[in-house]
Design a protein around this ligand. Structure first.
Ligand code: ATP
Length: 229
């Protein structure tokens, strides 16, 4: 399988403090990869680096065969990296429909496709984003990213802080995206929700990759050692 995203030996610092120390991982075309680890281990830093929002001291980011290490984030986005950041950023004073249309770029993902995956966004089309529930805002954030027609969708803690029923709805939608063939890199902590559809898991501990493999290799020992489960 060809790698769509290839992170090689990422070394990233915040001032004098090193946040990533040689992180390497790959997302193959059509694969869903889960990036895991306890709080503060470097997950958000890794995806921010993949999106070219943080400078590299050493290492490379390769996307769709191009070395994008020196690129600004808007060019990385245009090449097909779609990020749904933590905190569900939407335009609160635009309607749901306006939020989606504002993000649109030509491709498979249009309003009809986004409404198929998130019927609630169709039902709420005329409402201001600010009036949506937290879960609906998360759906809108994912919908907006889809409207950019990314080749890789990156989700940072997509369901954190949401009620179980809405979490299930969002995970079902993410599973649907996976079935649709979208490549996905997701950051999350809840094993039971990730494992059913992740092709591979990567665990970070203090800025280093300490384990990677198929989800069925995540034994109780591995979980205990690296996830504190
Ligand atoms: P969480 O699950 O809590 O979101 P994480 O695994 O995503 O954690 P990061 O947010 O990538 O971890 O943080 C990795 C390390 O870098 C932590 O020690 C954190 O304190 C530090 N860090 C993160 N952002 C900054 C920043 N803007 N300035 C300085 N240090 C930072």
């Amino acid at each position: 399988m060809t790698a769509l995203l290839q992170l090689e030996d990422l070394n990233v610092f915040y001032g004098a403090s090193q946040a990533l120390d040689g992180v390497s991982l790959q997302v193959a075309e059509g694969q869903a990869v889960a990036l895991m680890g306890r709080n503060g281990m470097g997950k958000t830093t890794t995806i921010s680096t993949a999106c070219r929002m943080l400078p590299l001291r050493k290492g490379r980011v390769v996307f769709a065969g191009q070395d994008i290490s020196g690129w600004p984030s808007y060019r990385a986005a245009r090449l097909g990296i779609g990020l749904v950041p933590e905190g569900r950023r939407c335009f609160p004073n635009l309607t749901v429909l306006e939020n989606l249309v504002a993000a649109a770029r030509p491709g498979y993902w249009d309003l009809q496709q986004v409404h198929r995956v998130f019927p609630r966004l169709h039902e709420r089309a005329g409402q201001y984003a600010a009036s949506l529930s937290g879960g609906e805002q998360q759906m809108l954030a994912i919908g907006r990213a889809l409207m950019t027609n990314p080749r890789l969708l990156i989700l940072d803690e997509a369901t954190e802080g949401l009620a179980p029923v809405i979490r299930r709805e969002i995970w079902a939608a993410i599973a649907q995206l996976r079935t649709d063939g979208l490549s996905i890199l997701l950051v999350d902590k809840t094993l039971s929700e990730i494992l059913p559809f992740a092709d591979a898991c990567v665990i970070l501990d203090r800025g280093r990759v300490v384990w990677q493999g198929r989800p069925d290799g995540l034994t109780a020992e591995v979980q205990q050692a690296h996830l504190g489960v």
